[in-house]
Design a protein around this ligand. Structure first.
Ligand code: ADP
Ligand code: ASP
Ligand code: MG
Length: 425
């Protein structure tokens, strides 16, 4: 008898009907002879609504209190799901992240898991219960305060528990049939990917394909936990994310040259205008941002105009960190001596991901041509071995994604991708 960890996202448990549907699916797995640990997210858009509420009482809510507030969302769904399972005649117990042994560092709102001690979960399933765990949360090892793992963090909870419990598989149930070659909400002709490597999935996730959170994929790669991403609505076979390419008949499935196109509208662009062009200035700027615990993404420094000796430095960061970054930069204005700050949250990032890029020199040119044919202007560029990303105007994002998807021959000629639920928020 194996142990499975299943994770159900917010759209899968959006209302009472959804919770009852998920309860049935969990009970099926139990009836098939598995021990089941189910990780749940907050219902529907609860987390967004709670953040809106917090911002109405305080523009920059205190991190500790925000975590206390947000973790209540997952507690609602875990308790309701346990009740629904009991109503089907099976034993279930719900646990908060802290009770489940999810131990984190003390960085509020984006804590990292440092250990998982799932003794209570193991006992619960050994006694015949279905264990329900609130996703996205843990407890700080040092302060003992409640923490959250960052938006989408229930994915990480599921993989971390799967690793700690030595589960056979970690199933991530969501509102689409798996990982597609682009977001099915934007590209109707996106194709479901049967198998994708951790490496490519990590880049897609880091580039904004929120179907899996990048920290969850990082964790799964480190502990070699295969993930099966699938729909909680259809029950179809989804996408396998793993190290080993699965066999198909007596052949291994092919490794695509391009895995997919990702987009991200959750970032903003900060420009520090008129920075003196001398050693140490960029270091001071990025030290100030790092000290505020802000992760930045792309950076560009314009060529200094020789006559002025000044340069502009632009970088992108999560919109949610925008206010904090500006206030950290304001503080160093007298020492760095820059002219002004510009903040632009009407930007989008579009990325093309695929291991085949390493050996196909034409990919970058084709990517830029597709954007130019669609009339999309590029503001920033960054690349890795297996990814090219550009920043464009937010208004252009959907058209740009579709143009790139078509250009690389990723459009399917059969079924349209189905989106079963969720609001896309
Ligand atoms: P959940 O509530 O289940 O965690 P999320 O909203 O976090 O669900 O993730 C699922 C959503 O991810 C899909 O509805 C889809 O719009 C979006 N998405 C973005 N990129 C992709 C992709 N490449 N493949 C599948 N879904 C994607
Ligand atoms: N409820 C949290 C969020 O919306 C965590 C999650 O769903 O994974 O970000
Ligand atoms: Mg998610």
């Amino acid at each position: 008898m194996g142990l499975v960890v299943q994770k159900y996202g917010g759209s899968s448990v959006a209302d009472a009907e959804g919770i009852k549907r998920v309860a049935k699916r969990i009970v099926e797995a139990k009836k098939n002879g598995h021990q089941v640990v189910a990780v749940v997210s907050a219902m529907g858009d609860t987390t967004d609504e709670l953040i809106d509420l917090a911002e109405q009482v305080s523009p920059i809510p205190a991190g500790r209190e925000l975590d206390m507030l947000l973790t209540s969302g997952e507690r609602i769904s875990m308790a309701l799901l346990a009740m629904a399972i009991k109503n089907l005649g099976h034993e279930a117990q719900s646990f908060t992240g802290s009770q489940a042994g999810v131990i984190t560092d003390s960085v509020h709102n984006k804590a990292r898991i440092i250990d998982v001690t799932p003794g209570r979960i193991r006992t619960s399933v050994d006694e015949g219960n279905i264990a329900i765990v609130a996703g996205f949360q843990g407890v700080s090892q040092d302060s003992k305060d409640i923490t959250t793992l960052g938006r989408g963090g229930s994915d990480t909870t599921a993989v971390a528990l799967a690793a700690a419990l030595d589960a056979d598989v970690c199933e991530i149930y969501t509102d689409v049939d798996g990982v597609f070659t682009a977001d099915p909400r934007v590209v109707k002709k996106a194709q479901k990917i049967d198998w994708i490597s951790f490496e490519d999935m990590l880049e897609l996730a880091a580039s904004g394909s929120k179907v899996l959170l990048h920290r969850c994929v990082e964790y799964a790669r480190r502990y070699n936990i295969p993930i099966h991403v699938r729909s909680s609505f259809s029950g179809l076979r989804g996408t396998w994310v793993s190290n080993e390419r699965p066999e198909q008949g007596d052949q291994q499935v092919e490794h695509a040259i391009i895995s997919g196109v990702a987009h991200d509208v959750s970032e903003a662009k900060v420009t520090v205008v008129g920075v003196p062009d001398k050693p140490g200035e960029a270091a001071s700027i990025f030290r100030a941002v790092a000290s505020a615990e802000i992760n930045i993404d792309m950076i560009v420094q314009n060529v200094s105009a020789a006559s002025t000796g000044l340069t502009d430095i632009s970088f992108t960061l999560p919109k949610a960190e925008g206010k904090k970054a500006l206030s950290a930069l304001e503080k160093i204005k007298p020492t760095v001596g820059y002219d002004s700050l510009r903040y632009d949250d009407q930007v989008a990032k579009i990325s093309l991901v695929g291991a085949g890029m390493k050996t196909n020199p034409g990919v970058t040119a084709q990517f830029f041509e597709a954007l130019s044919d669609a009339g999309v202007n590029i503001e920033l560029i960054s690349t890795s071995e297996i990814r090219i990303s550009v920043v464009t105007r937010a208004d252009d994002v959907n058209e740009a994604v579709r143009a790139v998807h078509s250009s690389f021959g990723l459009d399917s000629d059969s079924d349209e991708a189905v989106v079963y639920g969720g609001t896309g928020r």
